[in-house]
Design a protein. Structure first.
Length: 116
């Protein structure tokens, strides 16, 4: 994901694979897509994630992944992190009041059940 975002930036920002010959772009693409993520449910273990090899050559993928992990651990950030401001927590009493207002003064479902 980081690599795709970084390569989508303008060339003036640097860090892209813009200078490589086209056959090397194709080789990198093949290395980056040489494995696929498979999730399966195993009784007693839950959902297990594993990586399935599609092509034999994936060492560029491994090297790129390890370089990104080492850089991140060292504090390097190539892209600004997207920060989402969490919504303030609501009180249960406020949520109950909203629910009461939505259904109106009479809960018709309960009223019909009581009449039966």
């Amino acid at each position: 994901m980081l690599i795709a975002k970084k390569n989508a930036l303008p060339a003036s920002t640097g860090g892209q694979c813009g200078q490589a010959p086209s056959h090397e772009h194709l080789s990198l693409a093949k290395h980056l897509t040489s494995e696929r993520k498979v999730e399966e449910f195993l009784p007693g273990r839950g959902v297990v994630t594993r990586w399935e090899r599609i092509r034999k050559n994936n060492h560029w993928f491994d090297a790129l992944y390890n370089a990104c992990a080492a850089g991140h651990a060292s504090g390097v950030r190539l892209l600004e992190e997207e920060r989402v401001k969490p919504e303030p927590r609501r009180k249960m009493s406020e949520m109950a009041e909203d629910k009461r207002r939505q259904r109106g003064a009479i809960d018709h479902e309960r009223w019909n059940e009581m009449r039966r």
